[in-house]
Design a protein around this ligand. Structure first.
Ligand SMILES: Cc1cc2nc3c(=O)[nH]c(=O)nc-3n(C[C@H](O)[C@H](O)[C@H](O)COP(=O)(O)OP(=O)(O)OC[C@H]3O[C@@H](n4cnc5c(N)ncnc54)[C@H](O)[C@@H]3O)c2cc1C
Length: 390
């Protein structure tokens, strides 16, 4: 039985229908082939871009459709629910927020209309480094000012979509950690033109992963970035990136809700039809209950995504809700994935059922873009007032 959507009004319903229609052209076989070949869904991203879906959060004044975060969340949820993977392009929606909120008017005019039209792709977000991990303020990549340029040296890891992006939002230190009063100071955000950087000291090395995610290592060997590509004020970049994290968490949570719905629909349908011992396996409560539990978890997560979105859209603090939504949704999609594999028995492992692919894909969300442990420590410290643990 198809899972019913929460009513969010006619506009969101239209968006859901639009995405479902678009996704019909990108069949399970399409995603399976890309997974097998570890290749990027160029045609899919192009279609989304051409239809304007990747520009929903860009204001109309800059060529976008100026829609709400709820619209962006519905788009990503529906992509996952259709069996696809929004990871190929989701970053453009939230990375762009740093430029929108903190960029100069000249930067917005230069980049946003081109991003909205699909002429420029802003898909790469260079934050994580091999030695810093989750501790972002320990990044070592350094941007040294030299007249009207910054010279960047260092390395990023897990920079997804770098090979399929014209621009990267880069986080680099501009003052050493030892020389700042607060460790969050002295970090800056830059727009890197990848096409120029590749000609001048930047190299990209793909990382093969459990699932198809186009992720990479990026090396900066004295790459020159024009000073005009600094976003906002020098040294304030950590705050700029943090301010976009809630949107990222909400959108990733929406993807997890979409994954959970896909797994639950598949599992309940199979459980109702697969006959073993002369009766449908779904007649056994041992088969029903994990699916029903995952459904309940998904519904709770979906409500939290909704609440976080409403707070975000009204400009209120939503750190607690966005973090909880991300954790509950990632847990729900993982529980649904596990139940779906178990319900399908041996067939859950067969490539042609797509379950093993989606199972591998949804596992990521326990770790990235923020791990479950770090969300729990956020709740403990910032919501419950317990001592900082790190
Ligand atoms: C496929 C993929 C795509 C990614 N894409 C991007 C991207 O585009 N851009 C980007 O910048 N990054 C990206 N990342 C990086 C991702 O955000 C990090 O992997 C994630 O933040 C965790 O960092 P880490 O891998 O260094 O783990 P670590 O920080 O080394 O942590 C390892 C484990 O220890 C736990 N841990 C660490 N510290 C604590 C603590 N104080 N308390 C409790 N537990 C703790 C963590 O929860 C985690 O489970 C991606 C990662 C993957 C796998």
């Amino acid at each position: 039985m198809a899972i019913k959507d929460i009513d969010q009004g006619e506009d969101i319903t239209q968006i859901r229908h639009g995405i479902r229609k678009l996704c019909e052209s990108f069949t399970n076989e399409y995603w399976r082939r890309l997974d097998r070949e570890s290749s990027y869904p160029t045609e899919f991203v192009r279609s989304l871009s051409d239809a304007g879906y990747l520009a929903v959060l860009i204001p109309e004044a800059y060529g976008g459709s100026g829609l709400s975060l709820a619209a962006a969340a519905a788009i990503l949820e529906e992509i996952q629910r259709a069996g696809g993977n929004g990871g190929a392009c989701h970053a453009q929606m939230y990375i762009m927020g740093a430029l929108l909120r903190h960029g100069s008017e000249a930067q917005k005019l230069r980049y946003l209309p081109a991003i909205a039209s699909g002429e420029l792709r802003l898909q790469a977000f260079g934050v994580t480094e091999p030695t810093s991990g989750t501790d972002t303020t320990s990044i070592k990549t350094f941007a040294r000012r030299e007249k009207d340029h910054y010279i960047v040296r260092g390395q990023k890891v897990w920079t997804s979509r770098a090979e399929h992006s014209d621009l990267m939002l880069l986080l680099a230190r501009t003052t050493p950690k030892e020389a700042v009063a607060k460790r969050t100071d002295g970090i800056s955000v830059f727009i890197v033109d990848m096409r120029e950087a590749l000609k001048g000291g930047m190299t990209i090395k793909p990382i093969r992963t459990l699932m198809n995610h186009a992720t990479t290592e990026v090396f900066f060997d004295d790459v020159r970035i024009p000073a005009e590509n600094l976003v906002g004020e020098e040294g304030k970049g950590f705050r700029y990136v943090l301010s976009g994290m809630n949107a990222e968490r909400i959108l990733i949570a929406a993807e997890c809700v979409g994954d959970a719905k896909w797994f639950i629909e598949k599992a309940s349908e199979y459980a109702s039809n697969r006959v073993v011992f002369d009766r449908p396996i779904g007649q056994n409560q041992g088969v029903q209950f994990p699916i029903a539990r995952a459904y309940a978890q998904m519904r709770a997560a979906e409500l939290m995504v909704r609440q976080a979105t409403i707070l975000f859209e009204s400009g209120q603090d939503c750190g607690e809700q966005a973090n909880i939504a991300k954790m509950l949704a990632a847990d729900a999609s993982w529980a649904a994935a596990e139940a779906c594999v178990q319900t399908h028995g041996g067939f859950g492992f067969a490539e042609e059922y797509d379950i093993e692919r989606k199972f591998r894909e949804t596992r990521l969300y326990q770790v990235a873009p923020i791990s479950t442990n770090l969300i729990l420590s956020y709740i403990a410290e910032h919501v419950l007032g317990m001592p900082r643990s790190y």
